[in-house]
Design a protein around this ligand. Structure first.
Ligand code: GDP
Length: 193
């Protein structure tokens, strides 16, 4: 079965999304940084294996040292399993992601989401950005185009449906993500021939 890994900073709705996809009850609203080990779940009927990687990024109340360790763990897992991973799903909050990226950039820092996006690419793991909470976003196309720009993808976002998947996990609108991951599965199968 094809492995799909899920990463995202805390509170973006990763648990809600993974519950939608697997039926497994993830503890939501839990303390960030608590899940340290990658856990695996069946994503049926897609016959994908969903890997839940620990949250990263600004984990308020989590000591710096622990944060760094979590980040190192994520990086190590991805490096070790890169050849077996079909897709890396980066879950972001569609309402705030662009502002957060810009705030970091203004401070001269590399935003975690952008860093991870490029890191996945470097490892040869196709990144799919699950842009969650789209039910809260009014200027949908504009926001998605801005996100594309921040990730180095040429707008319009509609050209990137295998990479940019606007969803609302809470409402159960996750088809864009399922479609994107399926596209990569078909591509991977074709490459194997
Ligand atoms: P996690 O920390 O990334 O695992 O995030 P959770 O799944 O615990 O969700 C964080 C908060 O975002 C909760 O209050 C969820 O109800 C809310 N949430 C998750 N998905 C959506 C969504 O699609 N739309 C909206 N409006 N809220 C969402």
């Amino acid at each position: 079965d094809a492995e799909v890994v899920f990463v995202g900073r805390s509170n973006v709705g990763k648990s809600t999304l993974m519950r939608q996809l697997t039926g497994h009850q993830f503890s939501t609203g839990g303390k960030p940084g608590v899940t340290r080990r990658p856990n695996h779940y069946d994503w049926a009927p897609e016959s994908f294996v969903l890997t839940d990687l620990p949250g990263f990024g600004f984990m308020e109340g989590v000591p710096e040292e622990r944060r760094e360790r979590i980040k190192t763990d994520i990086v190590r897992y991805l490096e070790t399993h890169a050849d077996d991973i079909l897709v890396g799903v980066l879950v972001v909050d569609g309402k705030s992601v662009v502002d957060i990226i810009d705030r970091h950039a203004e401070r001269g820092e590399i935003p975690h989401d952008v860093e991870l996006f490029h890191f996945l690419e470097e490892l040869g793991i196709p990144p799919v950005v699950a842009v969650n909470k789209m039910d809260k976003v009014d200027d949908r196309d504009e926001r998605l185009n801005e996100l594309c720009e921040r990730l180095g993808l040429l707008p319009p976002w509609q050209q990137w449906r295998d990479t940019i998947a606007p969803i609302s996990a809470k409402r159960g609108n996750v088809d864009a993500l399922t479609d994107a991951v399926r596209t990569h599965l078909h591509e991977a199968k074709r490459d194997d021939l």
